[in-house]
Each structure stands twice: as structure tokens, then as C-alpha cells.
Design a binder for this molecule. Structure first.
Ligand code: NIG
Ligand code: FE
Length: 413
């Protein structure tokens, strides 16, 4: 059994004897141990404490890794991404600079439909190769657990191709990957005037095929004006539930149309985006078991109002942060930047943002007992930082990559 003792850790961040999903004010409590050691066995966290007590673990056969004053935190848990896509969309980025809105671009066949055309034209192996390279890049940036959605196929073959690629990624990388079926991301051109027909394709053809190959754990719908209504969202999620898929939904990105109420009724694990929230939406969410997942880099990139994080946290909600990595609204999966944005633009405290991007993200992935904190028994998925004076320095020094090295299951990545 591989045993590793990590010594001379300046600050061991988010070190907890046990964990629960933080809600409301608890999000601001981020336990930090200064001058610490961390002991790993078989890829898992086995002990941690003050450096003065590290001697007990310096036995024969234990490999000592001197952190040399680095701080260590659990890897980011990115619970909302679209990491599998065929091509970037920087031409739309330029259109937006020239004044077109996200909705304008979608209306002229750009946006999600543009990505769908490119994805359907690409073979599975090439799609896998580009996605793997992207995913490896994210792990090097400190992501140690991730959710990846389909949703750029919008055809039976295209959706299966994406989900098969995600299944191959799960086998290729050492971090946990959760697969979400997002066939209901947009209505494809052929079904523009036949919404019921596309929903039947999802429920009667895509879902049985996905279940037969065991390709997804979760189901997602883009519940939004011009996309899927709350009633359609409900039909799709109920069909998914019959195959054991739990919902995690895109709601309230552009409009509040009842997505929160529907998501809670469906017992969604997580409701994501939440740029546009009424006080009723916030109250409902606070009274539910559903996690509010905020995606500030999408608001940043689209130049839209940020999620009202303060009101959502202060109402007592459970809040996670995720990257929404995708070619249209967030062409970056850099969770360090997401944490900075959360502090700078949404007034989350550094402690809140780091908890939301690690521990709450782990719960949003259904992996609260596996990752997201420095806790005995959890996976040793760890970020070793460059020298930093304090926890607050991480979001403060925005745009600086402070991730020096990454360990996954106790091994250098
Ligand atoms: O989460 N809003 C819906 N889906 C993505 C964007 C997809 C795209 O533009 O390609 C999002 O922001
Ligand atoms: Fe998204």
C-alpha cells in the first residue's frame, strides 16, 4: 500500500473531521490548519494535523513529500460543464462585441445550434481526442471532480456520440466524472415548429438508448423562454427519472419563468445559472434540499448581471460554484478564475467561494463523501499552491495561476 507523508504545508485549507453540505452562514466557515502535515494511504487521506505531530507517521516505507511552504486545498469540484464540444465559437464572440445579444445570435442559428452542427459533423474518435486534451488541461488547473453534459448532439446519434465520449473520458482520467444527458438543450432546426415531436424523440428514443448503454447519471433541461418551458421540463425529467436519471437543470439564466418551482418539485439535485431570481424564487430554493449552483463566468462572458449570490446565501441556500465550461457562454473551465469572480463581482467572501467551489460542488456532484475537503477517508485529490500568504490571496490575485502541482488519488498528475 502506497503511503505518503506530506510535510511543511503552510496552510491546509478546508480540513474537516467530517462534512455536511454547508448552507447559508455556514458557507463562510472554512477551516484552515497552519503549519500542517497530511498523511495519505492508498490514494486516500488517512490523517492530518500540526507539523509537530508528523513524526509519528515517519515510518519505514513511507514516502515523504516536502510541500516546502506550499498551501494545500482540495481540488475544485466543477459540477456544471459542457467540456465535450467540437469547436470553439470565437466568431460569435466578435459578433457580441459588435453589439449582438446571446438571444440574437441564437435566433440566427448560431449558439447551441452552431455547436450542434459542428458536433454532428465530427467523428467520435476526434471528439474524444479534443475533449480529453481539454479535460487534462482542467485537471492541471486543479479540477479534481467534474460533471460533463451532452446537449450539442440534439439528434439520437449525436447525443449518443457525446455520451459515449464522456464514458470514454471517465475511463481515461483518474478524477470522478459524472455524465448528464442534456438532449433538451435547444430545439434542433428540424423540430423548430414541432416541439412535441422533439420531446418524444428525447423520451421515446434517446432515453431508452442511453439507459441501455448506461451512459448517463443525470438529466438536464435548458428551462428558458424560447427553449423548454417548465411544463416541458417536467415531462422530460419524469421520463428520465423512469430510467434512474436525477435532474440538475439550467434555470433562470435569462428569465424567471417558473424553473425554480418546477426544479424543486422534481427534487433536482441542483438548479444552475440563477442570474435572474425573484424573491419568491430565492425563498423557495432556501426551503428546499436543492443546491443553487452559480456560474459567474457565464454572466461575465455574456456581460449579463451576475447571480445575486449574497441574497441567495443570506436566505440560507446551499450554494455551489461551477465553470459552465462551454464554447458559447463560458469558454474557460478555470475554477480559480470562477472563485475570483465570485468574490469580486458577487461579493462572496473568499471562504465562501472556496467552500462553494470545493465542498458544495462535491455535494452537487453527489460526491460529498468522496471529494471536496481534506477529510480522512476522502480521495487525495489535492491542489498544491505556489507560495501564498493567505487564503484570501487565492481569489485576490485574479488571473494568476496559483496552482503549482496537482495530486489525484495521491499521485502527481
Ligand atoms: O449553460 N444556457 C445554456 N447552455 C449553455 C450555453 C451553451 C452554448 O451557448 O453553447 C450555458 O450557458
Ligand atoms: Fe450550462
Amino acid at each position: 500500500m502506497q503511503q505518503r507523508l506530506i510535510t511543511n504545508i503552510h496552510q491546509l485549507i478546508n480540513a474537516r473531521a467530517q462534512t455536511v453540505l454547508p448552507r447559508g452562514a455556514a458557507l463562510a466557515s472554512l477551516p484552515v490548519l497552519t503549519n500542517a502535515f497530511l498523511y495519505l494511504e492508498a490514494g486516500r487521506i488517512a490523517a492530518f494535523g500540526n507539523m509537530a505531530e508528523a513524526g509519528a507517521f515517519m515510518q519505514q516505507g513511507v514516502e515523504v513529500v516536502d510541500a516546502n511552504g506550499a498551501s494545500i486545498l482540495p481540488c475544485w469540484c466543477d459540477s456544471h460543464t459542457h467540456t465535450v464540444f467540437a469547436a470553439s465559437r470565437e466568431e460569435e464572440f466578435v459578433d457580441k462585441i459588435k453589439g449582438l445579444s446571446y438571444a440574437d445570435i441564437a435566433a440566427k442559428g448560431g449558439g447551441i445550434l452552431n455547436s450542434a452542427r459542428k458536433l454532428n459533423a465530427m467523428g467520435e474518435d476526434e471528439l474524444y481526442t479534443v475533449a480529453l486534451e481539454r479535460l487534462n488541461g482542467l485537471i492541471r488547473l486543479g479540477t479534481g471532480a467534474i460533471e460533463i453534459k451532452s446537449g450539442y448532439g440534439l439528434s439520437l446519434e449525436g447525443e449518443l456520440k457525446m455520451l459515449r465520449v464522456i464514458k470514454r473520458l471517465k475511463q481515461a482520467v483518474p478524477i470522478p466524472v459524472k455524465a448528464t444527458f442534456l438532449g433538451a438543450h435547444a430545439f434542433p432546426q428540424a423540430f423548430k415548429n414541432n416541439h412535441a415531436g422533439y420531446i418524444s424523440l428525447i423520451t421515446d428514443e434517446m432515453l431508452p438508448a442511453i439507459a441501455a448503454e448506461g451512459l448517463a447519471e443525470h438529466i438536464d433541461v435548458f428551462c428558458e423562454q424560447g427553449f423548454f418551458s417548465p411544463a416541458e421540463t417536467e415531462v422530460i425529467c419524469k421520463a428520465g427519472a423512469a430510467y434512474g436519471l436525477t435532474p440538475r437543470l439550467h434555470v433562470n439564466q435569462l428569465n424567471s419563468i417558473g424553473g425554480i418551482e418546477t426544479g424543486i418539485k422534481l427534487n433536482a439535485m441542483s438548479l444552475d445559472h440563477l442570474e435572474v431570481m425573484t424573491s419568491d424564487d430565492i425563498r423557495l430554493l432556501a426551503g428546499s434540499n436543492t443546491i443553487a449552483t452559480l456560474l459567474p463566468s457565464a454572466a461575465f462572458f455574456l456581460r449579463m448581471p451576475y447571480q445575486p449570490a449574497r441574497a441567495i446565501i443570506d436566505a440560507g441556500c446551499a450554494v455551489a460554484l461551477a465553470s459552465d465550461y462551454n464554447p458559447g457562454s463560458s469558454p474557460s473551465g478555470n475554477m480559480g478564475f470562477v472563485v475570483s469572480l465570485a468574490c469580486i463581482q458577487m461579493k462572496m467572501l473568499p471562504e465562501e467561494a472556496i467552500n462553494a467551489a470545493t465542498l458544495s460542488g462535491a455535494y452537487a456532484l453527489g460526491l460529498g463523501n468522496q471529494v471536496g475537503s481534506i477529510t480522512v477517508g476522502k480521495k487525495a485529490n489535492l491542489i498544491f499552491t505556489k507560495p501564498i500568504p493567505s487564503v484570501a490571496y487565492l481569489p485576490y490575485a485574479f488571473g494568476t495561476n496559483l496552482v503549482d502541482k496537482v495530486m489525484i488519488d495521491g499521485n502527481w498528475f
